[in-house]
Design a binder for this molecule. Sequence first.
Ligand code: ASP
Ligand code: MG
Length: 410
Amino acid sequence: MRILVQKFGGTSVATLDHMRKAQLKVVAGLQKMDKVLAVLSARSGETNRLLELAREWSPDPDPAELDLLVSTGEQISVALFTMLLKDAGIRARSFTGRQIGIRTDRVFGKARIRDIDGEIIAKALLDHDVLVVAGFQGVTDDGRITTLGRGGSDTSAVALAAVVQAELCEIFTDVEGVFTTDPNLCPQARKLERISYDEMLEMASMGAKVLEIRSVEFAKKFSVPVLVRSTFSEAPGTFVTQEDSRMEHVLVSGIAYDKDQARISLRSVPDRPGVAAAIFTPLAQANLSVDMIVQNSSHDGVTDMNFTISRKELPRAVRIMKAIQKDLGATDILYDDNVAKVSAIGVGMRNHSGVAATAFSALRQENINILMISTSEIKISCIIEDKYTELAVRTLHEAFHLAQPDVVSA
Ligand code: ASP
Ligand code: MG
């Protein structure tokens, strides 16, 4: 049996008109494959509306109740969409995450999928052609509803695709695919035909916003072929797949940026074993994820420890650091949130040198000061003042000739 998973994002289900466009994609999907699993987001704006509602009721809403509340957004979508499909004579049925057996851990608001009950799906497919599943949600072993974190419907879709061994997981959104950078910042941005999981992970983690990061991790782990495409056009989209030799010819595939950055600097901590552990363990225990870490070289037995974190998590992180400051022996804790990260990403970097130098020279020419640098095999990231983000993105896009298709750029 050939199964297609199709995920429709918030804008694709926002109105009756938009849902009808999504419906056409499901019909087209059924022509190509035997069965379709349609995974839906909440209608655009709905999740935010529900979150605001909760804040009106409670300054610090109970996490389990908050999840029950926000999960209703997707429930509305699946019920409405299934009505349309049934009126069109399609054998369809709606499912909440719980009904389809998506079991998660108990981390409310950021739950991880543990397993999905393939039997429920197999049984439902006996007498339905389309299962319409609420994304973003699951259930704990003791029956509490959880949500998977913002953008989590992508993860629901990819996880379902892995479980049913779908031929393809199509992610329908309001853009035509993955671009070399954000077209809103840089009009020269070009749509990529394909991108590797690893590149996509870097793009997604840095605010490329098309695919939620966990969904890409899942796709990579279970080799789920993903196709990002638009509900509102026939454009072919971007494949997110295993790396192939074509990709290596291109040094840099994309420029990502992330304004959701804040930096913290612990001054003059003693340079001895265990210091990093003492700093980052309590952050991890509080479920705060640290992004870039730079430890200065030590002088006179002390060093500065610098790291970045999501802006909204800055107050919590600072509180945690202040609590351990004395034990740690840090003289000062400095922090600011007017920084941003720009990154050049490409699997081609693995086999070529000089990419970092090209990036730094380009930024230098625009007089953009680099505050922190980190590199990996396929990525160079710089923290800069956030007011220069647009300029930096355009400059790097230009420096690596990303507007021209598949030019080897150094
Ligand atoms: N509705 C949820 C959100 O806005 C999940 C999703 O759309 O993927 O984050
Ligand atoms: Mg999304």
